[in-house]
Write a protein that binds this ligand. Structure first.
Ligand SMILES: C[S@@+](CC[C@H](N)C(=O)[O-])C[C@H]1O[C@@H](n2cnc3c(N)ncnc32)[C@H](O)[C@@H]1O
Length: 232
C-alpha cells in the first residue's frame, strides 16, 4: 500500500499533466468523475472497479492475446453519453466485452432501453457480471432486463433485436473487423439501423473504412473520446 505522501505526489503530478493537456475545466471534470466512480461499488455493494489483466483471464480463450484487459467505464461520462444520444425508445443495448457488468447496470436504469445484453468471452468475468447484477437488483433501480451471454464477439452474429452496440476498446483491429463482419451478416438478414458507440476508439480506422458505417458524432467525456457510428 503506497504511503499518503506517495499517493499525494501521484495525484498532483497527474493533475499537472492533465491541466497541461486538457485545461482546468476538463481536469476538474475528470477528477470529479473519478471520485464519483470510487463510490459506485461502495453505494451498491457490487465489485466492478478492480482491473483484470488479460493475462489473468482463462488461458484457453482463443482470442485472449487480442483482447484488452478489463477495466470499467466511468459512471458519469457514460450517463452523459446516453443522455446526449437520440436513440429510439425500445432499443436493445449491447455492451460488447461487458466484463464485470458496470455498463449493463448503468444502461438498465435508463427508461429508453427495452433490453440490455452483455457479451463477454471470459467465463470468470461473466460469473462476476451475473453476481453484480444480482446484488444491484436490491437497489430497485433496474428498469430493463439484463442478459449476460458468454461468447467470443467475433464469432457471434448479433440478434435481430440488437441495435445499439457499446464498445469500450475491447479488442484489437483484427477482432474488430471480424465483429463488424458478424454485424454485417446480421444486417443483411435483418436490415435495420444500428449505432456503434466506440469509447477510446483506438481502431476507429477500421470503422472509418468499413463502407457501411459512418461517424456521426464525436464526444470527449471523462477525458475519453467516444465516436458514434451508424449505418444510415
Ligand atoms: C476495457 S474492458 C470494458 C468493460 C466494460 N465494457 C465496461 O466498459 O465497463 C474490455 C472487455 O472486453 C472483453 N473482451 C475482450 N475481447 C473479447 C472478445 N473477443 N469477446 C468478448 N469479450 C471480449 C474483455 O474480457 C474485457 O472484459
Amino acid at each position: 500500500m503506497p504511503t499518503l505522501a506517495v499517493q499525494l505526489t501521484t495525484v498532483s503530478s497527474w493533475a499537472l499533466r492533465s491541466f497541461r493537456r486538457r485545461g482546468l475545466r476538463s481536469t476538474v471534470g475528470v477528477a470529479y468523475s473519478s471520485l464519483l466512480d470510487l463510490g459506485f461499488d461502495w453505494r451498491y455493494g457490487t465489485e466492478t472497479r478492480s482491473v483484470v489483466l488479460r493475462t489473468d483471464m482463462e488461458p484457453e480463450l482463443e482470442n485472449r492475446d487480442r483482447a484488452v484487459s478489463y477495466q470499467p467505464t466511468k459512471e458519469r461520462p457514460f450517463l452523459h453519453l446516453m443522455q446526449r444520444l437520440p436513440l429510439p425508445p425500445g432499443s436493445t443495448f449491447v455492451d460488447v466485452g461487458c466484463g464485470k457488468g458496470r455498463v449493463l447496470l448503468l444502461a438498465a436504469q435508463l427508461s429508453s432501453l427495452a433490453r440490455v445484453v452483455g457479451v463477454e468471452f471470459s467465463p470468470k468475468l461473466c460469473a462476476q457480471a451475473r453476481g453484480n447484477i444480482q446484488v444491484f437488483r436490491a437497489s430497485g433501480k433496474l428498469r430493463a432486463p439484463i442478459e449476460v451471454i458468454q461468447a467470443d464477439a467475433p464469432k457471434r452474429v448479433p440478434d435481430p433485436s440488437e441495435n445499439v452496440f457499446f464498445l469500450y476498446n475491447p479488442f484489437d483491429a483484427a477482432i474488430l473487423r471480424l465483429f463488424l463482419d458478424r454485424l454485417r451478416e446480421s444486417l443483411a438478414a435483418h436490415p435495420r439501423q444500428v449505432w456503434i458507440l466506440y469509447s477510446v476508439p483506438v481502431h476507429a480506422g477500421v470503422l472509418d473504412v468499413s463502407g457501411v458505417f459512418s461517424r456521426t458524432e464525436s464526444y470527449t467525456l471523462g477525458g475519453n473520446h467516444v465516436y458514434v457510428y451508424t449505418n444510415k
